[in-house]
Ligand binder design. Structure first.
Ligand code: FAQ
Length: 309
């Protein structure tokens, strides 16, 4: 059997593709793109939450938030490592993101205006991330699938801490309840946009589904998220900001309104509310961290010399 047929057979039989296996160049490139963007999202995704670290309402909430943000950094590192197994160069990928040549999730270009936003990010944004990532635990590329298993465990803790934080607000004063509803109103639609364009408008989907890189389509994942989440909003005594939302008994799914795709396109083209601020923050961090990289390299060189001697 030739290499290409062996690859197709492995995909068909759901045997993971491993780094040393032969793979089509386009498969490799698609994975480096997706895993790289996923890694960038984890790293940029630390910023909106970091905005509230010094203002968390209690020491306990501050400690939990700090742990969550550190987890996101760890997720970024696993994912860059997975991209490296495909020949992706970590520094090169990161520089492309800093130069605006590689995307990260649209969701992180929205501001966290109040403490309620932090609860809602944990609950809705991590909730949406989990729906997507649970499906990716069965992605055809072994190192990506294995990274996802671990990441999902941690994301599940993040989602619960978010829901616990919003529950406290929902059981709080009128002002706290209003703050929570306002946060839900601002984050609901951007959370639905995390799953990407509709299937009919998604240029990468057909091939990625055929190669089992993606196991469920953008629209299937978005539907799952809506179906999972509406009753959670209701349990909090809050409302979903969608006048067209209704349960379809026959289909066993919620129907929901049209996403503002113009807004989505603006955000992914770099014109969202916080795109500039996020990239500026990451560029500053890269420049300010130069001495750490140099020191780490100098230390590694010394260790090497000692080992050789
Ligand atoms: N934002 O043809 P498709 C997290 C781009 S979770 C920005 O459908 P594809 C955890 C897409 O890249 C968030 N760009 O593309 C956390 C493509 O552009 P390109 C990260 C988007 O790849 C929580 C173009 O549009 N999760 O970070 C978006 O088949 C809290 C056409 O789209 C992942 O990355 C978007 N929302 O499907 C951290 C999951 N949607 O590259 C901190 C892995 C689409 O051709 C705090 N990724 N685009 O220039 C995926 O599952 C897929 O890549 C999709 C997009 C579903 C995102």
């Amino acid at each position: 059997m030739n290499e290409s047929a062996l690859f197709e057979q492995k995909v068909a039989s759901e045997t993971a593709i491993e780094p040393k296996d032969w793979m089509p160049e386009h498969y490799r490139k698609t994975l480096i793109r997706q895993i790289g963007q996923h890694a960038h999202s984890e790293i940029v995704g630390m910023l909106p939450e970091a905005n509230w670290l010094t203002r968390a309402p209690t020491l306990h909430r501050k400690a939990v938030l700090l742990a969550k943000i550190q987890d996101e950094a760890g997720h970024g590192m696993y994912l860059y490592s997975a991209a490296e197994t495909l020949g992706g160069d970590r520094t090169e990928l990161y520089q492309k993101m800093l130069a605006g040549e590689m995307k990260y999730s649209s969701i992180f270009n929205y501001p966290t205006l109040t403490w309620a936003d932090i609860g809602v990010v944990g609950w809705l944004v991590d909730g949406a991330a989990i729906v997507n990532q649970v499906a990716l635990c069965r992605t055809s590329y072994g190192p990506y699938a294995r990274a996802m298993v671990r990441i999902c465990k941690e994301e599940s803790f993040h989602q619960r801490q978010g829901y616990e934080a919003v529950t406290a607000l929902a059981n709080g004063t009128e002002a706290q309840r209003a703050m929570l509803q306002d946060a839900i109103n601002r984050w609901w639609w951007p959370s639905l946009m995390m799953f990407g364009p509709n299937d009919s408008e998604s240029p990468n989907s057909a091939q990625s589904m055929a190669w089992k890189i993606k196991r469920l389509s953008n629209d299937e994942l978005r539907q799952k998220f809506v179906d999972n989440t509406v009753h959670q909003v209701e349990a909090l005594g809050m409302t979903v900001p969608d006048p067209d939302l209704k349960w379809n008994e026959e289909l066993g799914h919620y129907e929901f309104g049209e996403i503002d795709w113009e807004e989505f396109n603006q955000v992914i083209q770099g014109h969202g509310i916080c795109n500039q601020e996020r990239l500026d923050a990451k560029r500053r961090a890269w420049d300010n961290g130069a001495w750490v990289r140099e020191a780490a390299l100098a230390h590694a060189r010394k260790q090497n010399v000692r080992q050789v001697a």
